[in-house]
Design a protein around this ligand. Sequence first.
Ligand SMILES: Cc1cc2nc3c(=O)[nH]c(=O)nc-3n(C[C@H](O)[C@H](O)[C@H](O)COP(=O)(O)OP(=O)(O)OC[C@H]3O[C@@H](n4cnc5c(N)ncnc54)[C@H](O)[C@@H]3O)c2cc1C
Ligand code: FES
Length: 219
Amino acid sequence: MRRERLSVLANGAVGPYTLLRLRRGGIDPGVPGQFFMLEAPGRLLPRPMSLCLAPPRELAFLIDPIGPGTRALCALEAGDELHVLGPLGNGFELDVDRPLLVGGGIGIAPLPYLSERLGAPPAVLGFRSDWHAEAAALVPSAQVCVEPTLVTELIPKGLDVLACGPEAMLAAVRALAPDAQVAWEAPMACGYGACYGCAVELDGRLKRLCVEGPVLRAA
Ligand SMILES: Cc1cc2nc3c(=O)[nH]c(=O)nc-3n(C[C@H](O)[C@H](O)[C@H](O)COP(=O)(O)OP(=O)(O)OC[C@H]3O[C@@H](n4cnc5c(N)ncnc54)[C@H](O)[C@@H]3O)c2cc1C
Ligand code: FES
């Protein structure tokens, strides 16, 4: 884990989302599914973001502008600078025989880097509109569906599922594939175990998602 001030290379629209490309500096991209705390200009607390792509000398994040922090990140311009801390948490276990990537909405954010590290395995992605589905272009070998079709309808049996998406999607994935690896989210203030802001109940005990997760076994 390392904290550095990185400069923005570009910030471009991908459907309703924004791909924020930063100069990597000395920060390690880590394992897919790990996350970084990004300084959100004008906000007190940084915001957690999964690494989306790791081209040479770059770190790229796919951001959904849902609130003040994410909107400030999406408004950054080339040459702006921000503090970045990471990589943090536990990423996906990459030693799987027959991977299938499953993503929903902005939950596809960690999948481009995961796909690259796994050699472009099959992927199924679900979105709420054709506009949101433009982000599927970032994930090779992807089968895409748009509501009312749900991405869980596209999951064949017998594959090693690695999933990220909204809670309802992850609950449905868990019912279909109890051995799946899933990336969960909770609001996070520090990202490294100090504030307990991300504590969730797992197996009857409170655990910090930034330390035990964000990637967990579905069961
Ligand atoms: C490990 C991790 C990885 C993430 N990766 C990405 C990513 O790659 N791209 C991306 O766009 N977003 C990602 N997020 C979510 C992102 O961090 C939040 O959307 C962001 O912090 C919201 O900040 P804001 O100031 O824009 O909105 P806020 O005003 O803070 O939040 C807007 C609304 O969303 C809710 N909310 C905020 N954060 C979360 C959360 N984590 N889970 C559930 N509800 C939440 C708030 O309660 C509020 O209702 C990730 C979150 C985690 C924990
Ligand atoms: S975000 Fe602070 S303990 Fe997890």
